[in-house]
Design a protein. Sequence first.
Length: 578
Amino acid sequence: MLRLVAISFFTICLNTLLMGQEKTIKLRIIQTSDVHGCFFPYDFIERKPAKGSLARVSTYIKDLRKTYGANLILMDNGDILQGQPTCYYCNYVKPELPNVAASVINYMGYDVQTIGNHDIETGHNVYDKWIKEVKCPMLAANIISKDTEKPYLKPYHIINRDGIKIAIIGMITPAIPNWLNEKLWEGMSFQEMKECALYWTTYLKKQENPDIIIGLFHSGAEGGIITDEYEEDASLRIAKEVPGFDLILYGHDHKKHIETIKNKDGHDVLCMDPSSNAYFICDAEIDVTINNGQIINKQIKGSLKDVRNLPVDTAFMEYFKDEIDSINNYVNKKIGTFKNSIYTRDSYFGSSAFCDFIQNVQLKVTNADVSFNAPLSFDACIKAGDVFVGDLFNLYKYENQIYTIKMTGKEIKNYLEMSYGLWTNTMVSKDDHIMLLNIDSVNGIKKYTFKNLAFNFDSAAGIDYEVDVTKPYGNKIHILQMSNGESFIMDKWYNVAMNSYRGNGGGELLTRGAGIPKNSIKGRIIYESEHDQRYYIMKEIEDAKIVNPKPNDNWKFVPSSLAIPAIRRDKDLLFGNR
C-alpha cells in the first residue's frame, strides 16, 4: 500500500513538473506597406488634414507595446520614399539632411524593412543613403549585386523572442526592369521570386532551424506583368507552392486582402496585405506553446486594423515638428496662377485641359512629333487661382523623366488601340456603358470603378484621331492627320514623347500594344531628360506666370449619337456629385 501511495505521489509530482514546463509565448506582428510618404496626418498636396498616417500607427504600436513589450515585432514592406512632398523634399530638395523616411522608421522602432519599386525609382544616391540611415535591417533576397553575385541587401533576418526563433525573408517584385531606367538600378539584377523563396527557406531550415518563417514581400497577390522569366505579383503562389512559411505579409498592389491558404504540404499560411497610405495595417497574433523545450502548437490569426481615425501620437508630431515646418514652407511656395480649373476626370471622356497641359510640356521639352500621357491620379483637380509647389504633386504624381522614342505610325496606332482597349467598352446599343467598369457593393450601395488601372489610359497629342466606340479592340482608333495638318503615314518613323515609366515598358503599351520587343526598347530611346517631369512643369508655370490651360481638342469618341449620352451617364456613375 505504501508503495502504491509513493508511486502515485511520484507520478503526480512528475506530471506537475511537466505541466509546469508548458508555456505559451504570445507574439504580435505588425506590418505597414506602401506608406508612400504618409508619415503625418496632413496631406501636403491638398494642404489639408488627412486620415491614416504613421503618426496614428505610432499610437497603436505604443499601446500594444505596453502589453507585448519586445514580443511586438514591427515591419515595413517598402514603397515609402515616394508619394508625398515630404519624400521629394528629403530626396531631392534637401538631400544633405537625414531622410525623414529613415527618421520615422527609427523613431517608431521598426525591427525590419524591405525595399519597394518606388524606393528604387528614387535612384542610387537617394536609396543607398536612406538604407544607411535606417537602423533596422533592410531585406531583399532577390536583389543580386552584379559585382559580388550575392544579395545586394540582407536576404533574411533572425529575431529571437522568449526562446522563439523567427526568420523573416524579404523580397521585391522582379518587374523593376519593366518600369525603370537601368541607371536607377545599375549594378543589380532581380531574381524570380518563387525559386528565390525556395532556396532561402531550404537554407534556413538547414542552417538556422527557425520556429517561425515569415515572408515580407513587396509583391502583390497574383498576376500583374507575367513574362517567361517572372511574375510581378507572386505572393500567393509562394504561399501555395513553397512549403515552410507560417505567415506572408505582402504589398505593392494597394489591395486590402487577408486569406489563409493551404500550402502543398497541407499547412496553413496566413497571407495579408494592408493596402496603401497607412490607412490600414496588418496585425497578426502568434501563440506558440512549448513543452519541455519543444513546440507542441502554433496558432496564428490576423486582422486588418483600420487606423484612419485613431488618435494622433502627439509626441511623434512634436519630435518631427521641424521637418513638418520645413516641408510646409516648401509646398506653400507660390509658382504661378491658373486662370481656370482642370480635372483628371475629364481625361477619360475626351481631350482634356489636365492631360493636354502635360502633353504640351512634353512636346515643348522634346520637340517630338507625338506625345503620350495618362492621368496619374484617378480624380485630381488643380483649381483656378494661385498654384503652389504642392499642387504639382497633384498635377504630376511621380518622379518620372521624359523620354523620346522612335516609333512607326503603325506602332503609334497599335499603342493607342491597347490603351483605349483598357478603358473603353464596345457599344452595341445606346444603353451600353462607354467605359469598362466594375461594380462593387459597399454597405448595399453600388460603387462604380474602372475595370483597369487609370494610369495606363494614355491619350495622344500631336495627332488628330477618333475613337469609334462601336468597333472592337484593335479597330477603334482612326488617325486622321498630324495636328499640324500633315498626313499621318503608317510606315513613317516618328519621335514620340512619354514618361520614363512608359518608355521603359511600364503598362506594356509599348510591348503588348505597339508590338515592340522588350529587348529593343532601349535602342529606340533617343532622348532622356536631365530632370524629372515635375521640374519641367514647374518651370513652364513659373515662366508663364499666368497659365490658361485648355484641351487640344485633337481627339474624340464617335459616333456622337452613342458617345455623348453614354459619357454623361458613366461620368455620373463614376464621379456623381464629387
